[in-house]
Design a protein around this ligand. Structure first.
Ligand code: 5GP
Length: 138
């Protein structure tokens, strides 16, 4: 399937849609998932029109990994989760719903079960305040 430049993350990268941004650099942007699995669920998105792991250039993969590590440390410092899941879906059969490559960073709190991803919208004010708490620890 060719890359669809009208997907929501492409629109966020172009500034056509808002997001609760936590961090950005030349190659990546990290922002809050609007339907988080837990408090502090962050997405790391490369500034490259790639749908999945098969399409993404290795240099961008490296940059996504670097940003994921940076954000993981900031989330740990900011929110003190007891665990942290880092995962990524390729193809609708694997659970991918937005077809621009992205990494999920999902905190876990003392064994509490996380919600399904992409399931329930979080209040914008709550997402923004968590984004600021994480950004302050970068
Ligand atoms: P996927 O299933 O493709 O790995 O995950 C896509 C994620 O993007 C889901 O967790 C969903 O909650 C999130 N999402 C969907 N639409 C938007 C949006 O417009 N903005 C943000 N920030 N996240 C979104």
């Amino acid at each position: 399937m060719p890359y669809d430049s009208e997907n929501v993350f492409a629109k966020i990268l172009r500034g056509e849609m808002p997001c609760h941004k936590v961090y950005e650099n030349e190659s990546t942007v990290a922002f809050m998932d609007i339907m988080p699995m837990s408090d502090g669920h962050v997405l790391v998105v490369p500034r490259s029109p790639a749908e999945n792991i098969f399409d993404l250039d290795e240099e961008y993969l490296k940059e996504v990994t670097k940003t994921t590590k940076l954000l993981s440390h900031a989330i740990k410092k900011a929110l003190d989760p007891s665990g942290l899941i880092v995962k990524q879906f390729n193809g609708s059969d694997a659970g991918q719903t937005v077809f621009h490559y992205h990494m999920h960073i999902i905190p876990v709190y003392n064994g509490a079960p996380n919600k399904n991803h992409g399931y329930e919208m979080e209040k914008p004010e709550r997402l923004e305040s968590i984004a600021q708490i994480i950004a302050a620890k970068l």
